[in-house]
Design a protein around this ligand. Structure first.
Ligand code: ADP
Length: 190
């Protein structure tokens, strides 16, 4: 059976992490979140974590080579997975190209790129709300939140065209209850 490899795409605060949790359960997939992997490195106080923390705390993207390497390692650790949900990756064109190259080598291309669409004012509201409980430094300050959204618009949103050209880009309304949004994603997966 062919594998189900999903890119769950969207700006910071769009709900990628929350929805990933539903989708991994439902389809038996492995969740690969570069944000979670980077926060684990920070917690472990590794050299990589120290380098990443400075960038993440400012709302800047971490270097492509670092996140691509982390994804490659995790994929190799789960060779028998039914498929993957890529959450927060790819975020740049070089990342998307590297992911395609890795998957092509295995004959298991991306099945769907699902893009959660949420207006900016709602994103800022959600992230500030999350900052009150998450303890994440990058959720506390409105200027840093705005910087993350700017990084998304400049470097990440262009990937919609990248996946559109492959016939895989599927926009999904990311405003509504958690269950409603899950339903929309499940429908899009088909
Ligand atoms: P959010 O989607 O809410 O921004 P993430 O956990 O996905 O949360 O990302 C948090 C931070 O981690 C980003 O602002 C960025 O600094 C870094 N990061 C995560 N994934 C990537 C990636 N693929 N490329 C570069 N930086 C990344």
């Amino acid at each position: 059976m062919s594998k189900l490899n999903i890119v769950l795409f969207g700006p910071p605060g769009a709900g990628k992490g929350t929805q990933s949790n539903f989708l991994i359960e439902r389809y038996g997939l492995v969740h690969l979140s570069t944000g979670d992997l980077l926060r684990a490195e920070i917690k472990a106080e590794s050299p990589l974590g120290k380098e990443a923390k400075e960038l993440m705390d400012q709302g800047e993207l971490v270097d492509d080579a670092i996140v691509i390497g982390m994804i490659r390692n995790k994929m190799e650790a789960h060779l028998d997975a039914k498929g993957f949900i890529f959450d927060g990756f790819p975020r740049t064109t070089p990342q998307a190209e590297a992911l395609d190259a890795m998957l092509e080598g295995k004959g298991e291309p991306i099945s769907h790129m699902l893009a959660l669409e949420v207006p900016e004012a709602e994103l800022v509201k959600r992230l500030i709300g999350r900052g009150a409980t998450s303890g994440r430094a990058d959720d506390k300050d409105e200027a840093i939140i705005k910087n993350r959204i700017r990084e998304y618009e400049n470097k990440t949103a262009p990937l919609k065209d990248y996946y559109r050209a492959q016939g895989k880009y599927t926009p999904v309304d990311g405003v509504g209850s958690m269950e409603e949004i899950t339903e929309r994603l499940v429908k899009a997966i088909g």
